[in-house]
Write a protein that binds this ligand. Structure first.
Ligand SMILES: CC(C)(COP(=O)(O)OP(=O)(O)OC[C@H]1O[C@@H](n2cnc3c(N)ncnc32)[C@H](O)[C@@H]1OP(=O)(O)O)[C@@H](O)C(=O)NCCC(=O)NCCS
Length: 197
C-alpha cells in the first residue's frame, strides 16, 4: 500500500474514490446515496488549497482516501472525508491516511486537525438522547453501540469535543461529534489538542 495525491484528471481514481464513499457510508450516513453525490464531493475536495490523498493497494486499486480542508490561513485543517474500503478496514489504512495528512499539514504550518464524526444511525450512546444539562458528562461517557469511528480517532490521538444541536447534522438525536489533535510532533500526546475551532 502507498499513499499519493489524487489528481483530478485521473478519472479511474476519482471514480474509485467516489465509489468508496457510497460503499463505505452505506447504512451509516445518507450523505452519499449514489455515485453522483459522491463524485460531487470528490471534485469539491480537490478544490483550491485542499489536500486529497489516496491509498493504493499493491495492485493499484484505490482502497481509501482522505481530504483536508484548510482554515484560519492554514493553521487549522478539517479532515473531510475519510473512508477505507469496507473489505480493507482494520488493516491500518485509516491510521496511515491520517498520519500522512497530518505530516503534510504540519509541513505547511498547520497546528491543528479537527473533524466531525456524526452519529446519524444511533451508533453511540449520544444518539437519540438529549445530552443536556450535563453535556460534557454525556460526552465523557460516550459508548460505542455499533462501530462508530470515535474510538478509531481516539486511537489515532484525537480528543473529543462536541457541538450539540448546531449546524450540519446536529439535528435532534443526531449528535455532531467533533474531535481534534495537534498536527505537530512537538505536542504529540494522546490527547494532544491545543486549540479548538
Ligand atoms: C473509520 C475508518 C476510516 C477507520 O479506518 P481503518 O483503516 O479501518 O482503521 P485502522 O485499521 O487504521 O485502525 C486504527 C486503530 O483504530 C481501531 N479501529 C478502527 N475502526 C474502529 C472502530 N470502528 N471502533 C473501534 N476501533 C476502531 C483499529 O482496531 C486500530 O486499533 P489499534 O490502535 O489497536 O491498532 C473506516 O472504518 C471507515 O472508512 N469507516 C466508514 C466510513 C467512516 O466512518 N469514516 C469516518 C467518518 S468521520
Amino acid at each position: 500500500m502507498h499513499i499519493e495525491d489524487l489528481e483530478l484528471d485521473d478519472f479511474d481514481a476519482v471514480g474509485a474514490a467516489a465509489q468508496l464513499l457510497v460503499d463505505g457510508f452505506r447504512g451509516i450516513s445518507p450523505s452519499w446515496p449514489n455515485l453522483d453525490t459522491a463524485l460531487a464531493t470528490v471534485v469539491e475536495a480537490l478544490e483550491d488549497d485542499c489536500l486529497v490523498r489516496i491509498a493504493r493497494a499493491d495492485d493499484g486499486a484505490v482502497v481509501g482516501w482522505i481530504g483536508g480542508i484548510p482554515d484560519y490561513d492554514g493553521r487549522v485543517w478539517e479532515v473531510h472525508p475519510l473512508v477505507v474500503a469496507p473489505d480493507r478496514q482494520r488493516e491500518g489504512i485509516g491510521r496511515a491516511l491520517l498520519a500522512d495528512l497530518e505530516a503534510l499539514v504540519a509541513g505547511q504550518g498547520g497546528l491543528t486537525l479537527w473533524l466531525g464524526a456524526d452519529d446519524e444511525a444511533g451508533r453511540t450512546s449520544l444518539g437519540g438522547v438529549d445530552p443536556y444539562p450535563d453535556l460534557l458528562g454525556a460526552l465523557a461517557a460516550i459508548r460505542d453501540l455499533g462501530g462508530h469511528p470515535f474510538e478509531f480517532y481516539r486511537r489515532c490521538g484525537f480528543a473529543r469535543r462536541h457541538r450539540a444541536g448546531r449546524e450540519r447534522a446536529g439535528a435532534a438525536g443526531h449528535p455532531d461529534g467533533k474531535a481534534g489533535r495537534a498536527a505537530s510532533d512537538l505536542t504529540r500526546q494522546p490527547s494532544g489538542v491545543r486549540n479548538f475551532t
